[in-house]
Write a protein that binds this ligand. Structure first.
Ligand code: ZN
Length: 378
């Protein structure tokens, strides 16, 4: 039996996105069809482990490899590229793919390698710049304690990604030997924390300056306050999850006093639970599991935020997957009626000083959205 779901990717945009943000490739078979036969560079950044197969114009298999790490893959001259799960048997589909590819209209002859080379160059120079920054900070020998003290966790994540990236390329590209040496030392020094650092490089980036800071109760300037706290002896590498928006509420000084927020743990939880619904639920489950030392081992590359079973399948429903990991405001979070009720009660049980009555400011926050970046669904 072969239940693969065959998809053709024909436009430049489809080609560029490919399998990015797929959770796994188990049932998927992606066929990239090109108008011309030429060497191509594929990358697997943000992709699950997969098999990549390349075919020449006459259907000969010229490349067949399982790629498990995020990297660039140089393919020999080919006209069709197939991506599927590492174990999948694509052979029954070859005839279909080839017969369709010859019938397809010839698309504009864009050379995909041009764009890829400039992306590659930009990534490489950024990685080398990261290593320069490291050299200037450490003056010679890499010291783990300096790395832990001087950089935020998400920055350390980007630095180890850069280091890994440079090492992948140092055989094929001429990269300054100092940068290569530093990359080795960095990966060695950060080895115990790699999973958390890479997760933080995507999910732990700062977001406060992009979100409105108006108090959700009265609208006056306030700031985002975290609710759950990590505890004193927590390793700095995991504290970034407590700084996630899902653990924060925007309130002003005055409302903090009026509600007696600092002394009242229950109202704090009501507010953050009501605001973030299933996303706070998932964070809470992670927090509890960590406190009780029941945290399962999980795939932090695919699920940087929390284990898959802690949240739903969509961002709105509490997913902790890579595609849902970038910090986002609470727009469209799937709150239950109960959560909305609790949120209102907690906010408005005491009179506000604001002239605008009711929920104006809360509404403003719930309707606030960031500019969408490419590839995100509205
Ligand atoms: Zn206020």
């Amino acid at each position: 039996m072969n239940n693969l779901h065959l998809q053709f990717l024909l436009s430049a945009e489809q080609h560029a996105l490919g399998a990015m943000f797929f959770t796994d490739m188990n049932d998927e078979l992606l066929a990239f069809i090109y108008p011309t036969e030429t060497t191509r560079t594929f990358h697997t950044f943000f992709c699950p482990p997969m098999k990549i197969v390349a075919l020449s114009g006459d259907g000969t298999i010229v490349f067949d490899q399982v790629v498990t790490k995020w990297k660039f893959v140089k393919l020999p001259a080919c006209r069709v590229v197939i991506e599927c799960g590492p174990q999948a048997d694509y052979s029954p589909h070859i005839q279909t793919i080839l017969s369709i590819s010859t019938d397809l209209p010839q698309l504009g002859a864009i050379d995909p390698s041009v764009q890829m080379d400039s992306l590659l160059f930009a990534l490489l120079s950024e990685a080398v710049a990261d290593m320069r920054r490291i050299r200037d900070t450490h003056r010679g020998q890499i010291k783990p304690e300096i790395q832990r003290r001087k950089f935020e966790v998400w920055e350390r994540g980007q630095i180890v990604s850069s280091a890994g990236f440079l090492l992948d390329f140092c055989d094929t590209w001429s990269i300054p030997s100092n940068a290569v040496r530093l990359s080795h030392s960095i990966l060695q020094a950060e080895e115990p924390y790699l999973d958390e650092l890479v997760a933080a490089s995507v999910a732990g980036i700062p977001w406060q300056h992009e979100f409105p800071n108006a108090c959700m109760r009265c609208g006056k300037p306030g700031s985002w306050h975290p609710i759950l706290s990590p505890g004193l002896r927590t390793a700095v590498e995991i504290t970034w999850r407590y700084q996630r928006p899902e653990n924060c509420i925007p309130v002003c000084h005055h409302c903090t006093e009026t509600l007696g927020l600092l002394q009242n743990k229950k109202i704090q939880i009501d507010l953050v639970w009501g605001l973030w619904g299933p996303r706070f639920d998932a964070l809470w489950r992670w927090h509890q599991a960590r406190k009780n030392q029941h945290l399962p081992k999980w795939d932090m590359v695919a699920y940087p935020l929390w284990p898959r079973e802690f949240g739903g399948e969509t961002w709105e429903g509490g997913s902790g997957a890579l595609k849902d990991a970038r910090p986002r405001p609470p727009y469209r979070v799937k709150r239950s009626k109960e959560q909305m009720k609790i949120l209102r009660q907690a906010l408005f049980s005491k009179p506000t000083r604001s002239r605008q009555t009711g929920e104006t400011h809360l509404r403003k926050l719930l309707n606030f959205r960031l500019e969408l970046s490419q590839g995100e669904t509205p």
